[in-house]
Design a protein around this ligand. Structure first.
Ligand code: AGP
Length: 616
């Protein structure tokens, strides 16, 4: 998704803007630009392609200015070209805008503006927005340029249908930057004699940890000395200063070649963080105060819906198995983009969770809002603190995975699964789960991080297997029961970073059509831990081998029998079946990572993808 960084203060703006955009690269983009108030007017520099192209242009032109706005664009309307890159100017050329989101009625607005003799130089919806704000600025009779600019933004935005996170500058008001948001995140950074605006706090955490997360319909004015937030329709807005709980190093890749590999290796600690302070041996249960529900209220729950997209949805599918097996509460996973348009039957005691790493995914946010329209209590399982989803739910559980920069979700998946295991333990213990069962689960959970460390020590072995299969055009992922969602997740990882066509299936589905695909050039990955269906998986592997299909197996150590049937085996430590996804997914993350590297893919910024899908 697009990224926004704004700065106004005591320092030259361009280095801060460029560094901020670099920290947002992981979100996916295809062009970049900035605008600076240079004392003589507003200077705009834009380039298609990587931020490095913009950096070179800045170095050549050496623009000056202590106030500026910048943007990385993920093309929605118009190809990734210099002229479509943001910032965009208005008709007068004296106002500049950067914008995240989609203006759905941009064509109608463009047609109307043309009747007012406006001329456009790009194909973008954002240029229309710039002209609309500029139109209201020029029509205004307000003498004070700052109030005139704020008033123009407040007049233009109600005419917009769609989503926006914007930053606006005008030559008449060089001492301010105006921002506004609806459906696309925007955060204000508070500094000493300087203030920031960004679409993601990781862009500015190097400069300040004190931030204000804006709400929908907020309009903010930032200056060197301060900021002021108003509601779009006037009046003061609710402002809360938050303290960022991670450092700029957390959002850097350190000695790792890619964020994704760093985040895969962070999982022993990220899972410890997900469980920290949430396990009670005395009560043999989990403590999840963020649910803001009493045991009595939780005991009333007679149905659970889990809504999410992508990897978060796969985590929800694992959660479904866990909640139903440990707490015996009927649970179903609804893909968020489906849920928001379906009419799912619910009961008065239905409880819904939305699961989202970013907390900004538009379909998951829409599912949340639809659930609330229907009076369903809706909680979040979210990583990004103070994200839109986190703030709109009735409570929830933060997964505390730290910033996940790689587009491919890894540690957020295992932390989401860990949190849902805690939720299942809590729900089980308020129904029928015994304290001995609860304590046993706690012991096994606390052993998981070290077991993941043991798997990560096999990275070289997994890399060898990856290089053996890096040339293939397709891959099947097979798993049963609680490891079927892991097969889906392994297939998604492979698709999104190595661009190999991959699909996940319940192992028994092989004979219902999938096996027609099996051939020597098509490897099958079987997730076959030593559980109740291990022998069934072995039979499926033999079916594939009988048709000369190569097989990679993820299996439990101490059961070498599988080496007789599989071509390659990656062993995981023993663990209860209920916790096996926390281990079986690790080899699949590494397998897809090393295959993508072997294929020369851009692992952290895969083509066509964005880290947070905030547009439909
Ligand atoms: C997973 O690797 C992808 N990046 C994508 O499927 C992602 O899980 C999905 O877009 C949901 O994102 P969220 O967890 O931030 O809502």
């Amino acid at each position: 998704m697009c990224g926004i960084v704004g700065y106004i203060g005591k320092r030259q703006a361009s280095p801060i803007l460029l560094d901020g955009l670099r920290r947002l690269e992981y979100r996916g983009y295809d062009s970049a630009g900035l605008a600076l108030s240079n004392g003589r007017g507003i200077e705009v520099l834009r380039r298609a392609g990587r931020i490095e192209n913009l950096r070179k242009l800045v170095a050549e032109t050496n623009p000056r200015g202590e106030a500026g706005i910048s943007h990385t664009r993920w093309a929605t309307h118009g190809a990734p070209t210099d002229s479509n890159a943001h910032p965009h100017r208005d008709q007068s050329g004296r106002l500049a805008v950067v914008h995240n989101g989609v203006i759905e009625n941009y064509q109608q607005l463009r047609d109307w503006l043309k009747t007012e003799d406006h001329k456009f130089s790009s194909e973008t919806d954002t240029e229309v927005l710039a002209h609309l704000i500029g139109y209201h600025y020029d029509q205004s009779e307000e003498q004070d340029p700052v109030q005139r600019l704020v008033g123009a933004v407040q007049a233009a935005l109600p005419r917009v249908k769609g989503t926006y996170g914007i930053a606006v500058m005008h030559e008449d008001a060089p001492s301010v930057i105006v921002g506004a948001r609806l459906g696309s995140p925007l955060v204000v950074g508070l500094g000493a004699d300087e203030h920031f605006l960004a679409s993601d706090v990781s862009a500015i955490v190097a400069h300040t940890k004190d931030v204000v997360y804006l709400n929908d319909y907020d309009v903010v004015t930032i200056t060197r000395d301060g900021f002021d937030v108003k509601h779009l329709e006037g009046g003061e807005a609710r402002v809360t200063v938050s303290r960022v709980d991670f450092t700029e190093d957390d959002a850097e890749k350190g000695d790792f070649p890619h964020y994704m590999l760093k985040e895969i290796h962070e999982q022993p600690n990220s899972i410890r963080n997900a469980m920290r302070g949430r396990l009670s041996r005395d009560e043999a249960t989990a403590i999840l105060g963020g649910l803001q529900m009493t045991p009595q209220e939780l005991r009333q729950v007679d149905r659970i819906i889990l809504s999410a997209c992508g990897t978060a949805c796969h985590a929800g599918m694992v959660g479904e198995y866990l909640i139903e097996s440990l707490a015996r509460i009927p649970t179903e996973v609804e893909i968020a983009s489906e849920f928001r348009y379906r009419n799912v039957p619910t009961t008065k005691d239905t409880l819904q969770f939305v699961i989202s790493q970013s907390g900004e995914t538009i379909d998951t946010l829409a599912a949340l809002r639809e659930a609330k329209r229907k009076g369903i209590k809706c909680l979040g399982i979210v990583n990004n603190v103070a994200s839109t989803i986190a703030r709109e739910t009735d409570g929830g559980i933060y997964i505390h995975a730290g910033p996940e920069i790689g587009v491919a979700a890894t540690k957020s998946f295992t932390s989401q699964v860990a949190v849902m295991t805690l939720l299942s333990l809590l729900l089980g213990r308020i129904h029928h789960l015994s304290s001995t069962d609860g304590l046993e689960l706690i012991d096994e959970l606390e052993a998981i991080p070290d077991k993941i460390t043991d798997i990560l020590k096999q990275a070289a072995h997994i890399k060898q297997i990856a290089e053996k299969y890096a040339h293939v055009d397709g891959m099947l992922f097979m798993g049963r029961l609680i490891n079927y969602p892991v097969a889906l997740e392994g297939a998604l990882k492979m698709k999104e970073i190595s661009y190999i066509y991959a699909s996940g299936h319940p192992s028994a589905e092989l004979k219902h059509g999938v096996i027609a695909l099996v051939k020597p050039e098509l490897p099958s990955v079987f997730i076959a831990p030593h559980d109740a269906v291990f022998e069934k998986n072995i039979s499926n592997i033999e079916e594939v081998k009988a048709r000369k299909g190569p097989v990679i197996a993820v299996a439990t150590e101490g059961h070498p029998h599988i080496e007789k049937v599989a071509d390659d085996v990656i062993y995981i430590p023993r663990c209860p079946s209920a916790l096996s996804p926390l281990l079986t997914v690790i080899p699949l993350q590494l397998l897809s990572y090393y295959i993508a590297v072997a294929r020369g893919c851009d692992v952290d910024k895969p083509r066509n993808l964005a880290k947070s899908v905030t547009v439909e």
